[in-house]
Design a protein around this ligand. Structure first.
Ligand code: OFO
Length: 169
């Protein structure tokens, strides 16, 4: 059985992952509008990954005999001033998600909840990857700011991204 506080945090994380997906999908609509379909594609793929993250929490709660409670997802922001602003926000958002994951890990340790501690380790590594990628994207977008050619090359690169499930890792 899951401790009540832990169940609440895991349910909140289902919501946070869904909200991340909603935010990234909203960013995708911004890029569709900007005529950058490759950027839109990569954000759309990222949104799918977030949904998969939410389902990992969902499945874990069920496996532990808990009740999943779906909470309201706030309307995401839908306007940005530049491509750079979007990517700065992605990095800040992933840093926020990392802190939420760390809070779950902290509680698991405090409660000596070994199962949840083990479960959350996947996300700790995932957040290292997400922040690394966010830094890399930000660096590329900064370069693209200096040349339209680089921007279109990047749009092409992002247009080739496809969703691959992380479930088998
Ligand atoms: Fe779920 O990793 Fe991004 O937010």
């Amino acid at each position: 059985m899951l401790n009540d506080k832990m169940l609440e945090m895991l349910n909140n994380q289902v919501n946070a992952e869904m909200a991340s997906g909603y935010l990234y999908l909203s960013m995708a609509t911004y890029f569709e509008q900007q005529d950058l379909p490759g950027f839109a594609n990569s954000l759309r793929v990222h949104a799918q990954e977030e949904l998969e993250h939410a389902m990992r929490f969902y499945d874990y709660i069920i496996r532990k005999g808990g009740r999943v409670t779906l909470l309201a997802i706030e309307e995401p922001k839908n306007e940005w001033n530049s491509t750079l602003e979007v990517y700065e926000e992605i990095l800040a958002h992933e840093e926020l998600v990392t802190s939420l994951i760390n809070d779950i890990a902290d509680l698991a340790i405090e409660l000596k909840d070994h199962a949840t501690n083990q479960f959350i380790q996947w996300f700790i590594e995932e957040q290292v990857e997400e922040e690394e990628l966010a830094h890399e994207d930000l660096r590329k977008v900064k370069l693209a700011q200096q040349s339209t050619q680089v921007l279109y090359m990047l749009d092409k690169e992002y247009g080739e991204m496809t969703f691959t499930s992380e479930n088998d890792e």
